[in-house]
Write a protein that binds this ligand. Sequence first.
Ligand code: GLA
Length: 362
Amino acid sequence: MIPTDDLPPATGGYGQAPLDAVIAFAPGRVNLIGDHTDYTGGLALPMAIDLGTEVVFHPDASSPIIELSSSVEQESARITLDVSANPWDLGMILPEWGRHVGAVASVVRPRYGGKGTVSTTLPVGAGLSSSASLEIALALALGYEGDPESLALACQLCEEAACGVRTGILDQLAITMAQQGTALLLDCSTRSVTPVPIPPDAEVVVAHCGVQRSIATSAYAERRAECEAAERRIGPLRTARPWEVDRIDDPVLRRRARHVVSENARVRHFVAALGMNDLRTAGQLMDASHASLAMDYEVSIPELDELTVRLRSIAGVYGARLTGAGFGGCVVALAERDAVRLPLRGIEAWRVSPAAAAHRTR
Ligand code: GLA
């Protein structure tokens, strides 16, 4: 069951008049550095981006069904208001994207059914948090009233229930706590968030390697289990020292732990480099992060590696790395303003700027 005891009760409060249409928007996010660190309470530096998901919902007091169509899905999702919160039951819902709707409805427990539309400018399964963005926009459209941190926690539970994989809190915090114009330093052990401005001379470019991935079918859960096994040997990776990592006898677990411990250090150095407008060092740290994700953590694929090489070869690009879970999806590059001319031949790419947090627009 999704544990909902700690969550604030859904009020069904849809703004001024309960039956007015509600519109909610949630951005996606790109992680500049700090991947596969969140589920061991580590550090990450994401920013919300100006691509995202909009949900328009028309509550209907006489309907016990939530019916949503989507700009990127063929079939509509139809969910009853008394949808079970049990992940097993949610796993039976078809079409598959309806599982996210069911999970959110089972947490928010809206008073009314109704009809609505979901439209997204995010590529799906590309490491830009399309599913967290959907769940958060949907929770707001269905009347969720808690603060941004509890919204993030609620939607982390939804993600787990809908996909059957325990993910970290990176995506949800990045989307609910974002601040326009800055990236966010997340400390995933305390869930504290510190704004980190992007220097005005820099820009962030995201490019899709063309391979879609799904958390559920990737080795994500295996990596998490490997980190847990490493922690049973040397204690929390969040505070582990490199020489403690060297003591791990199992070579695979040693490499996984080395990625996490070195990535946490890279996040700190990256934030310091941005603060000094030292974009060259920041870019080198991104390149080192990609190497660590590829070699020690083994979550890259040749298409991602090739795309980082291609982006780094453009004059004015400081560094490039895979972003998010890996196994496919997107690469993020830090570049001099206007250095990367879009469109890139044969590649879907976006210039992104730090966007505001998820919100209701009506
Ligand atoms: C996915 C998960 C996050 C995080 C990243 C990797 O996006 O949802 O919790 O673990 O992968 O950093």
